[in-house]
Design a protein around this ligand. Structure first.
Ligand code: COA
Length: 331
């Protein structure tokens, strides 16, 4: 049976490093609070006029294409996970397609926030297994910093979210290695616990002074609700992936959790009884880049030797929606 295999990985991080001390000059917070509650020491924010979601995605994609050892023309389809597109319409998939000179192939946008990359990977997996496509570019790229309320009102989320892009080439393979299964879930009862309300299409006007004042254009997060659900669902969906394939947590070589918050990752690590070297975290330096965290982490892990051919790897995510998911793969 045809399997889908990740054959190349890439990433792009904005050059601008924003430390907790710099954030403390914008709002009432401090390095100690941020590190204790989130584990984040610094993050990257884009520079307007220099970086866009599309330019970051293109750089990450070029690195992934090179890593896979294929030519750009071999890509049959693009899946772009982002909730911070450059335009309200059209989506970022077509912009990336144009940038890479791949006019004519299909391009799909996925809007499942922090779980976006897992959803996108799962879609790629289905297309490949059915034989519809042979090589798919899957991207997660976000600019969150321009949606953050950098006043005291927004401080609980402004310290967490950041910018960046990651990309993977997913290809058909007949070997043992590849994606073993993917598991997707959502519960819309919690849609407003982590959301950006505006510009909502169902209003009389999409933009007004009043709406701006209300803060609907900024990211709103009920941090406690997110934390409470995340620690349960992360564990459930990782176990679902392992059970589906007859594995136990101790057989994992590497868990790459969506980088929501270091405390969440540590909580899951403890419940699964995994040693430090089996869990990949980079939130300390990069913050939470929503759909981009997993492909960025995979690309870094591969380059640093922590992710190698043949490894049993679990990817897992939880976020806005609430939506959550996992993928188990033999890398
Ligand atoms: N700096 C300093 N103090 C802050 C702050 C900040 N950046 N943000 C919030 N606080 C304050 C609150 O105002 C509150 O003060 P009070 O007790 O005087 O009212 C206090 O810290 C505790 O607030 P609370 O919201 O209960 O903190 P918490 O321990 O839940 O931590 C989060 C807040 C956001 C760090 C935590 O809820 C969390 O990690 N949630 C999950 C977030 C996440 O993973 N998001 C990504 C989803 S993909």
């Amino acid at each position: 049976m045809i399997k889908s295999k990740i054959t190349g990985l890439g990433r792009y991080l904005p050059e601008r490093v924003v430390t907790n001390n710099e954030i403390s000059t914008m709002m009432d917070t401090n390095h100690g609070w941020i590190v204790e509650r989130t584990g984040i020491e610094e993050r990257r924010w884009f520079t307007p006029g220099k970086e866009t979601v599309n330019s970051m995605a293109a750089e990450a994609s070029k690195m992934a294409i090179k890593d896979a050892g294929i030519s750009t023309e071999e890509i049959d389809f693009i899946i772009f996970a982002t909730i911070t597109p450059d335009y309200f319409l059209p989506g970022n998939g077509v912009l990336l397609q144009r940038e890479l000179g791949l006019q004519g192939i299909g391009a799909l946008d996925v809007r499942n926030a922090c779980s976006g990359f897992i959803y996108a990977l799962s879609i790629a997996d289905q297309f490949i297994k059915t034989g519809m496509y042979g090589s798919i570019l899957v991207v997660g790229a976000e600019i969150q910093s321009s949606a953050l309320d950098k006043s005291d009102r927004g401080r609980s989320s402004a310290v967490i979210f950041a910018d960046g892009a990651g990309a993977a080439i997913v290809q058909a393979s007949n070997g043992e290695e590849g994606i073993l299964s993917t598991h997707l879930h959502a519960d819309g009862d919690y849609a407003e616990e982590l959301y950006v309300r505006d510009p909502g299409s169902s209003r009389k006007t999409r933009i007004s002074e009043e709406l701006i004042e209300e803060g609907g254009f900024n990211l709103f997060m009920n941090g406690n609700a997110v934390f409470k659900h995340a620690i349960v669902k992360f564990h459930e969906v990782i176990m679902e992936a392992l059970d589906a394939n007859g594995y136990k947590p101790e057989q994992l070589d590497l868990l790459i959790p969506h980088q929501a918050n270091l405390r969440i990752s540590q909580f899951i690590q403890e419940r699964l009884k995994l040693p430090d070297h089996k869990v990949y975290n980079n939130i300390m330096k990069l913050g939470n880049t929503t759909a981009a965290t997993i492909p960025i982490a995979m690309s870094e892990a591969k380059d640093s030797g922590r992710l190698s051919s043949g490894n049993l790897v679990c990817l897992a995510a939880f976020g806005s929606g609430f939506a959550w998911g996992s993928a188990l793969l033999r890398f």
